[in-house]
Design a protein around this ligand. Sequence first.
Ligand code: UTP
Length: 296
Amino acid sequence: MRVNKVIIPVAGLGTRLLPATKAIPKEMLPIFSKPIIQYIVEEIALSGFKEVIFVTHSSKYSIENHFDKSFELEATLEKRVKRSKLREIKAISKLDLNISSIRQGEALGLGHAVLIAKKLIGNEPFGVVLPDMILSDSLENKKRIFFKKMKNNFEVNNHSSILLARAPKNKITSYGVAKLKKIIKSEGIKYGDIEKIFEKPSLKKAPSNLFAVGRYIFKNNFFKYLESINPDTNQEIQLTDAIHEYILSENKVVGYIYEDEYYDCGEWTDYLKANLALSFSNKEIKKDILKFLKDL
Ligand code: UTP
């Protein structure tokens, strides 16, 4: 079955990046020349999906505006003959994607945000993408995008799947951490069925260092489990808890292992690393910055 729709939950408060995110959504903070969310939406379009659903909050209207056509700006750039900028601006609203949004009134957790989008998904399978996790595979070589592979595989085998990456020891306790039954290697990809997954486990309880890196594809029956999950001690409905229940009820979830670079732009260190890494695509900037860092 084809999977066309992707939910991007952007209704969180972004407290780790305060005060920068007091009035600006974290998804709109720039990484080099583009806001974070543009990298994410471009990856989804390049992966072949047809529709993006933002689960959003009243304070985050600038995200939707960013993907809208901007007549005034385009007219001004045209008049001033700024052709390359005009091309770039036009390309944003011309992405081959239908973009819609729905509000999450209260930030009751990532799982709750995904559930809010249910009425726009209908009976179809769907993807979920976290808006602050930039994966380098989508930047370097469009043919290697892992999310595209996940989509293609789903359309052949109809199995829900999650992308996993390795977390350093000091960050394991911040993520949803999974254990695979057995790791298989085929055509350069490592993967396996997920046996269990825990949200923010203690180091002692973490079943591995493989964490959910923000790319998911679910069969539609996953909603049933999301609906039945109780809130955690912070009163949030966790996506990870629903995945755990889903697996316990004999639903297969494949964990693919992503081994390239990732940037968790919801926290400062990775946000700054992403800025450096992506700005280095410009040779002049790279030369200047490397010199600057050497002299620091
Ligand atoms: P995070 O845990 O990163 O939360 O949520 P956050 O609010 O964005 O950031 P911090 O932790 O306060 O710094 C993971 C994703 O789920 C979305 C967030 O927007 C983020 O993309 N989310 C979270 C929602 O859409 N609604 C929620 O109720 C919670």
